[in-house]
Design a protein around this ligand. Sequence first.
Ligand code: SAH
Ligand code: TRP
Length: 329
Amino acid sequence: MTEPTLQGTVEVRSHLGPDDERTLADDVLDGLTRPLKELPPKHFYDARGSELFDAICELPEYYQTRTERLILQARAEEIVQRTGTVELVELGSGSATKTRVLLDAMAAAGTLARYVPVDVSATTVHAVAELFADEYPGLSVIGLVADFERHLKHLPAPAGPRLVPFLGGTIGNFPPGSRRRFLRSLRDAIGPHGHLLLGTDLVKDPRVVEAAYNDSAGVTAQFNLNVLHVVNRELGANFDVSAFEHVAFFDREREWIEMRLRASEPQHVRVEALDLEVAFAAREEMRTEISAKFTPQRLRGDLAAAGMELVEMFTDPDGLFAVSLARIA
Ligand code: SAH
Ligand code: TRP
């Protein structure tokens, strides 16, 4: 048990190391040599990428963030009461602006003991850990700079009933098969007395979804293109970033948004660290991310396949977004 102290405690542990540069190298080698080229999404979030993502969350077209916040505001008290939560272990916490709603509800209920943000973005984990330790007297914060696909075994033992928020629709960035495998891998982190709190974007009018990933200020385009800067810097590649354009469209059959980068002219790219040469034809597209949209049936099916059951699904009046409470079946 971690007992909260009056002044609180803050600690950040990093589990990223040389292995992870290996992961980036392997992912890029794999992706760039496929018949349909692909770059893996977790490498979007360097310091600049995290900043751009925060800007996306403020865009008028990006309804997700404000809608999820409204749902949390309406339901946080009920969620905390029904689960008896004393600690949050937040996956892909980012700058955790919506998480405050949950922490406030826990503080009001007198159960707030610990916050554990987990993110690959070191800058955001450090910032959030410091900020929240400051803002919530007595809170114990353990920040983990870690890959939630590989490092959840390093989580501290539960301090009591645990809630695992996984917000922002990030679960939709997994393809369907890996999504179920990933949910299954969360069972130990959630534990028999804990709950998962999962934010998912919902299936809706394709025009509304497409606008959210094609904002008129071009921030999403910059975010998408930033992954090329990451590969240039980390792996000594020479992508001409100005020669690629952002593409995002809703795949109506699979019900996911697909993000791509399209070469506007033929290109030759060298990736020094991989000793790899890749050619792009004019207008060739490379996939950078999917963002799956959910129906209640899809959500139930995924949870069931992961050995979990839905406790309750909370939505907004327009049915744009859902925040679901689930537990081990
Ligand atoms: N939860 C926040 C941020 C969502 S953006 C919100 O709802 O607004 C997705 C976040 O997940 C980013 O901060 C990114 O750095 C993090 N992330 C993506 N892949 C990850 C991985 N494999 N392991 C840990 N964090 C990851
Ligand atoms: N989890 C976010 C989503 O699926 C990530 C995201 C938003 C994103 N906009 C993006 C990823 C643009 C790549 C490009 O909505």
